[in-house]
Design a protein around this ligand. Structure first.
Ligand code: PHE
Length: 495
């Protein structure tokens, strides 16, 4: 039915403008229903709509009751015999019409009250009357408004015998997208449309770019992010600046060679490092040429009091791209830059992701986060390093520290950091540290007498201890439970 009406309407509109009121009448549908259809066709540009305002005078229910009977005043006049009648009798005969009719008949001076006989009586004042009110109401009921004066209309309106009804219809025309049949617009481009080429004929529903997406119920910080914020706070409170750590892909040059890590070092093995295949290398022309020469020279023959490694340093090895294995790669870039900009004492830190090609188990992942602190100044000693570590770890709540001599290719001396755990009743390793070697710093151009102390630790281990998570896979990666992320408590250090 609705479909037929739509087809009939589109057909009619195709032939010429359509007046909606007429159309609804000829198709025997309520105008309101037709308007619903018109609006939806207009929304898809198939028809245009132009407002047509109408008004009409209609009789009220009271007035309808007088048709064929007479106006109440005429009824009252007719009820009055030559000898007169009491008002009570009129009201008894005519009911409610008697009441209004009497007032109107008095006003028109058709009747009068005669008190000469003692009892007041209603008597005729004229011989005959013309029931103009009935004539007008009858004419209006037949839709003939032309012979009726404005004054008459106003009087009837005041007596609530007539009312003005207003309504709207539409002049409906062909819209730019008019067609004899409506086609449902497609909401999505499908693989099938592409394969069959039917997308060419398809009409697509427009996107609503103003629609708002569904609001997420809430955001939650991962424990690693919470702890990272705490570490950032500690570093910034100690006056450290954050280093830019936004490059996960690094060249071997900055990750290893700049750090005086020999090219045969086992850490450079593919078992420990993820090398990139695309792009496999950073052309050596990207490295500062004079610096590259000094690095090569130092690896091969030493300098600055060192005898070097005595091997044949290969540019091709330094060009190899990898996923950085430690954030010390960032520190090496920063120290080089500091030397180029003209040295000033500086304190840097970084907290970001690193990658190692490790077998995954409950304490190891192939990617994790490192926290690194670096201090550069004239005349720094091992005591400065120990002092800085004591301050740093004290803010974490780790007050008892011990240091164990260790080895890093780029630091001398090097120390592993241990902290006593009251909970576990034993010393646990919490980090690694050292003083960068002159073989690393001098080729960069850092002035004679400048020392750099540095330390590094993982972010995962302390987070696991703090949040009592004993399997790293429950902390990071695809096995993480979202409810853990939602429910984990605030991070409080130093308690
Ligand atoms: N880069 C070292 C590591 O990967 C940590 C470290 C940083 C050691 C700075 C000494 C100085 O473990």
């Amino acid at each position: 039915m609705a479909q037929e009406l739509e087809t009939a309407l589109l057909g009619a509109v195709g032939a010429g403008p359509v007046e909606s009121g007429e159309f609804a009448a000829t198709h025997n549908v309520p105008h309101l229903q037709l308007v619903g259809l018109l609006k939806s066709l207009q929304a898809s540009d198939m028809v245009t709509m132009e407002d047509l305002d109408h008004s009409r005078t209609v009789l009220t229910a009271e007035a309808q009751g007088y048709l064929g009977v007479g106006s109440p005043e005429a009824q009252v006049f007719a009820a009055v015999p030559a000898e007169g009648i009491s008002l009570a009798e009129i009201k008894k005969q005519l009911g409610a019409a008697g009441d209004v009719g009497f007032k109107q008949a008095m006003q028109s001076k058709w009747v009068a009250i005669d008190k000469s006989g003692g009892e007041p009586k209603v008597v005729r004042k004229v011989q005959a009357i013309q029931d103009r009110v009935l004539e007008v109401l009858t004419a209006l009921a037949e839709g003939k408004e032309s012979g009726v004066s404005d004054a008459e209309l106003a009087a009837l309106k005041k007596r609530k015998l007539i009312a003005v009804e207003q309504w709207k219809t539409y002049n409906v025309g062909r819209g730019p997208a008019w067609a004899p049949q409506r086609r449902k617009a497609a909401t999505e481009l499908t693989a099938e449309m592409l394969q069959k080429g039917t997308w060419r004929e398809e009409t697509f529903k427009e996107y609503n770019f103003n629609a708002l997406g569904q609001l997420p119920a809430g955001g939650h910080l991962h424990p690693l992010l919470k702890l990272r914020t705490q570490f950032r706070k500690i570093f910034t409170q100690m006056g450290f600046e954050e280093m830019p750590t936004n490059n996960y892909v690094e060249s071997s040059f900055w990750n290893f060679d700049a750090l005086f890590q020999p090219q045969q070092h086992p850490a450079r093995d593919a078992h420990d490092t993820f090398f990139l295949t695309k792009p496999a290398a950073t052309p050596a022309s990207n490295f500062p040429q004079d610096y590259l020469q000094r690095v090569k020279e130092t690896h091969q023959h030493g300098g600055y009091g060192s005898i070097g490694y005595g091997y044949d340093w290969k540019t091709a090895e330094a060009e190899k791209n990898l996923l950085r294995t430690h954030t010390t790669a960032v520190s090496s870039r920063m120290l080089y830059r500091l030397a180029q900009e003209g040295f000033r004492p500086a304190k840097y830190f970084s907290i970001d992701r690193v990658f190692r090609n490790e077998a995954i188990d409950r304490t190891h992942l192939a990617e994790f986060h490192q926290i690194e602190g670096v201090v550069c100044d004239y005349g720094l000693t091992l005591s400065d390093l120990i002092g800085a570590l004591a301050q740093f770890f004290d803010r974490l709540g780790l007050k008892k520290l011990r240091f164990k001599p260790a080895f890093n290719p780029y630091t001398e001396p090097s120390m592993e950091i241990f902290s006593y755990s009251e909970q576990l009743e034993k010393w646990i390793e919490v980090g690694n540290s050292g003083m960068f070697r002159p073989e690393m710093l001098r080729p960069m151009g850092l002035p004679e007498g400048v020392n750099v102390i540095a330390w590094g630790l993982g972010l995962e281990r302390p987070t696991m201890i703090l949040y009592s998570i004993d399997n790293i896979r429950d902390l990071f990666g695809h096995k993480v439970s979202l409810s853990m992320v939602k429910k984990n408590p605030v991070c409080r250090l130093g308690l």
